[in-house]
Ligand binder design. Structure first.
Ligand code: GLN
Ligand code: ZN
Length: 775
């Protein structure tokens, strides 16, 4: 057989453009500087470039409808007409401004197509994380009387657009079962899955139209297949795909699962009447054998062997060795090669990076490089290794260099890690003994007031930072500016009577990047943007080597701030789990090991802060909860090492040193034991919107340490009244002992304006004083 390559697919590619063209176009449109036509032209050009780029790299199964102006889940809501009444859509084509109102909220009058009488505007749909990625989707919203209708033919339009350019694409749809499961209803008695029957005809319609337009295959994403599923959901999957097969016997469906293994859903997946099944073989390589053994004879397997969630070059020879026997077993006609998941989650092109160390660059692969890797694998497997021997040799050599590089492997770090004992993760005494020592040393009033760390990042702060980065503001001038900001913040906190002060974090660009830039083992890209949500992109640090801390990172800022006041100033560091979770992580050591290294480095900082005189040190773990694995069975192991790493940061401290931590969310029921095991002296959490109900988890657990339940919703510009905060604190007092309670906002204040923050914090201090008065 003279096959040139196995079929290569990508499952989807980044939408944002190599130079963030989509962001620029969106923002110009939103600000009124450009019109819809200009935006849609940019979007179309990005799609053309994406198809061309894939074609050039040897991708033979090219997707369409993977593009989105904002979010593909939102696109799906719009496609099926699941548009909440508040957005004022009454049928017909969905206007662009209705789409963006769902994405970002509307300003009332600005929503030209919305309900005319509503001048207050409509809030955006809720947003939440897409599985365990840092991509956020707009949560579909359903009502009890929900009906569906085909409101957008985007998948067909984009298929035709590609066809006109000569690309026969495989359109991508978010599967109906995952779509419903991701959705929500304000009416809690509604189970979204009960809407399946009315949803399926709309999917049937779009599938038929795609088929008629010439699509031979359609990719349907059902990543819910890697979650713990109940029987009704499995039944919903069976019903769905049987209905599709009956209605459109000629259309081939590539059903994708990703972000993990099928696990106990494997039997279900294999009984679905689909033509192909995609497997994430990076997260779950072991499932391949079972799938091959049990799969129906003609099922095409899309083997997700290149990591779509990380930036490392793959060990190509090893993959060929692994797949050769698979090929022999099931035959080339049943195999497609793919990334583990859509390439949406990696940066676009490594070639744009001109500042990376050459050895590091040689170990990396972004979306374009990953396509090329797939092409090499496809050729090696179809025609033998000899035809790509140079590429395989280069890949082997890079892997060998990386495995032995001294920039990656630091013997001193390994030795420190080996010396960790169970004692290293313990404070010298239990909280019951530490608390009285801390109270005596600190002498704080009841219901002490504090903030979470950052103060507004004003235009002046951002301008100074960017001028410093560009070299137009000298180190000395920048430092002087930051000192001035810090001093003003300290003075103001004293003036309004806060009890525990912060320095304000003016010197920090971002709570992870700031530390990454100061730790050995991290690198940063210039253009490595990844979509976080809509037009917001992030450039995650790349954790490539053993981590250590060459010198103190925050001590001088803390020392300066403390020198200005007699009140205690909290030391402020980001915790190891959060640094790990918001970075691209090494694939050559387990996450737990990488995290432990970061914990040792952050612990060094914490101990240096103590030595400098800090009585309180806050270790932020904003991302602890989002790091939870998708399957509950894996939670225990994760929490064990994650909590262990947090405790490692606080090891060796005196009893009087008070460790604070902060978490940005409010769901603690299922992890409360782990939170207890962290044993922070004080934890601040986000509670202002939930009427303190989540404190029930702490009460039921009999959580003994101190807690600062947020009383000021920092996500809104609104200034809370004293009375509201007093009421919230009353609710807290019904659930906690008085000497456990701190008074603070929900989170840091960096995104707010001073004119909101000033009155809000003045009110917060007044609320605490009102409470003290009645004690
Ligand atoms: N100290 C950080 C701040 O105030 C904490 C932010 C966070 O956890 N998201 O900005
Ligand atoms: Zn927070």
């Amino acid at each position: 057989m003279s096959l040139l390559s196995l079929p290569i697919s990508t499952l989807g590619v980044p939408r944002i453009g190599p130079r963030r063209e989509l962001k620029t176009a969106l923002e110009a449109y939103w600000s009124g500087q450009s019109d819809a036509k200009a935006l849609l032209e940019t979007a179309a050009a990005l799609r053309v470039a994406n198809w061309a780029r894939q074609h050039a790299q040897g991708v033979s199964v090219i997707p369409s409808n993977d593009f989105s102006l904002y979010d593909h889940v939102l696109d799906t809501s719009v496609m099926v007409g699941a548009i909440p009444r508040a957005y004022g859509w009454t049928g017909g084509p969905v206007p662009l401004d209705t789409y963006f109102a769902m994405a970002r909220g509307s300003q009332g009058a600005a929503c030209a197509h919305g309900a005319a009488e509503d001048t207050h505007g409509v809030p955006a749909l809720e947003m939440t994380k897409w599985f365990d990625t840092n991509y956020h989707y707009m949560v579909p919203e359903f009502t009890k009387d929900q009906t569906f209708t085909l409101a957008s033919r985007k998948p067909v339009e984009e298929f035709n657009e590609a066809k006109a350019l000569g690309y026969k694409t495989r359109p991508v749809l978010l599967g109906p079962v995952t779509f419903l499961k991701l959705g929500k209803s304000k009416d809690l008695s509604l189970n979204p899955l009960s809407l399946l029957d009315s949803l399926l005809p709309v999917y049937g319609d779009i599938l038929r139209q795609l088929h008629e337009a010439g699509a031979e295959w359609v990719q349907i994403d059902e990543p819910c297949l890697v979650l713990d599923l109940d029987e009704p959901t499995r039944e919903a999957l069976r019903q769905t795909y049987c209905r599709f097969a009956d209605a459109l016997p000629g259309l081939k469906i590539m059903l994708t699962s990703y972000f993990g293994g099928l696990g106990d859903n494997l039997e279900t997946a294999l009984t679905l009447p689909v033509a192909g099944l995609h497997l994430d073989l990076v997260r779950a390589p072991d499932q391949l054998d079972a799938v091959i053994a049990k799969a129906p004879r003609r099922l095409v397997l899309s083997l997700g062997v290149i990591n779509g969630r990380n930036v490392w070059r793959a060990p190509l020879s090893g993959i060929v060795t692994w797949l050769e026997p698979v090929l022999a077993r099931i035959g080339a006609e049943r195999i497609e090669l793919a990334p583990s998941c859509s390439l949406l989650h990696v940066p676009i092109d490594l070639e744009l990076e001109t500042d990376l160390a050459p050895d590091l660059k040689d170990w990396l692969a972004f979306s374009v490089q990953k396509m090329a890797e797939l092409a090499v694998l496809g050729q090696a497997l179809a025609r033998g290794r000899a035809c790509v021997s140079d590429q395989l040799a280069a890949s082997d050599l890079a892997a060998k260099r990386r495995a032995t590089s001294t920039s990656v492997h630091d013997k001193a770090v390994a030795a420190r890690l080996a010396a960790i004992t169970p004692e290293s993760a313990k404070r010298s005494h239990a909280f019951a003994q530490r608390a009285p020592a801390q109270r005596a040393a600190l002498g704080l009033p009841p219901f002490p007031t504090t903030t979470i760390g950052s103060f507004p990042q004003t235009a002046a702060v951002r301008q100074a930072r960017s001028a410093h980065a560009k070299g137009t503001l000298s180190d000395a001038d920048y430092e002087a500016f930051l000192r001035q900001e810090t001093e003003a913040a300290i003075r103001w906190q004293e003036d309004i009577g806060l009890d525990v002060l912060v320095h304000g974090e003016f010197e920090r660009n971002d709570m992870v990047q700031y530390f990454g830039e100061r730790l050995a083992g991290f690198a940063f890209t210039r253009h490595g943007w990844v979509q976080s949500y809509g037009s917001r992109y992030v450039r995650p640090p790349i954790l490539f080597g053993d981590v250590s801390r060459p010198q103190p990172m925050t001590v001088s800022w803390w020392r300066y701030a403390q020198s200005l006041t007699a009140k205690p100033v909290k030391g402020m560091v980001t915790g190891p789990v959060t640094i790990l979770t918001w970075s691209f992580v090494r694939d050559d050591v387990p996450r737990a090991v990488a995290c432990r290294q970061i914990a040792l480095a952050i612990g060094d900082e914490v101990r240096d802060l103590e030595a400098a005189g800090a009585q309180m040190i806050q270790i932020d773990e904003a991302a602890l909860r989002e790091g939870l694995p998708l399957r509950k069975a894996e939670w225990g192991a994760y929490l064990d090492w994650a909590i262990g790493c947090f405790r490692l940061c606080a090891s060796g401290l005196a009893d009087v040193t008070q460790i604070h931590t902060h978490m940005c969310y409010s769901e603690f029921n299922d992890i409360i034991a782990a939170i207890g095991a962290m044993d922070a002296d004080v934890i601040s959490i986000e509670t202002s919107r939930s009427k303190m109900e989540l404190l029930d988890a702490f009460r039921l657990y009999k959580y003994p340490n101190e807690i600062g339940p947020g009383v000021y919703d920092i996500h809104s510009p609104r200034v809370p009244e004293v009375g509201e905060m007093v009421d919230l604190l009353r609710l807290a007092r019904q659930r906690l002992a008085d000497d456990q309670i701190w008074v603070n906002p929900d989170c840091g204040l960096k995104t707010r304006h001073w004119d909101e923050v000033r009155p809000a914090l003045v009110n917060m201090v007044a609320a605490a004083r009102a409470l003290r008065a009645v004690l």
